[in-house]
Write a protein that binds this ligand. Structure first.
Ligand SMILES: [Zn+2]
Length: 98
């Protein structure tokens, strides 16, 4: 029972739908430091399930994605951003009022 398919050489070959090359939002604004206290900005990079949006979705460059992820994690730690879907309902729209 061997499945000798071409799995080894194929990494990320997706010729189907190639969206427009997005430019990193932070590069556009020449942001060097992403502030974890600006939860409103970071919220854009969090999915409805509380996950950090992947780079290929948000268009953020590698450098800023790293900074962004770090900032989001810090913000989460301070309860400015949700960790899980269950958190979102509780803090929706009232993240700062406590
Ligand atoms: Zn960037």
């Amino acid at each position: 029972m061997r499945e000798a398919r071409e799995k080894k050489s194929r990494k990320w070959v997706r010729p189907r739908y190639v969206p427009k090359r997005k430019v990193c939002f932070f590069c556009q604004n020449k942001t060097e430091v992403i502030d974890y206290k600006e939860a409103e900005k970071l919220r854009r990079y969090i999915s409805d399930r509380g996950k950090i949006t992947p780079r290929r979705k948000s268009g953020t460059c590698a450098k800023h994605q790293r900074l962004l992820a770090m900032a989001i994690k810090r913000a989460r730690h301070l309860a400015l951003l949700p960790h899980a879907p269950s958190h979102i309902r509780e803090t929706e729209g009232a993240g700062l009022s406590g």
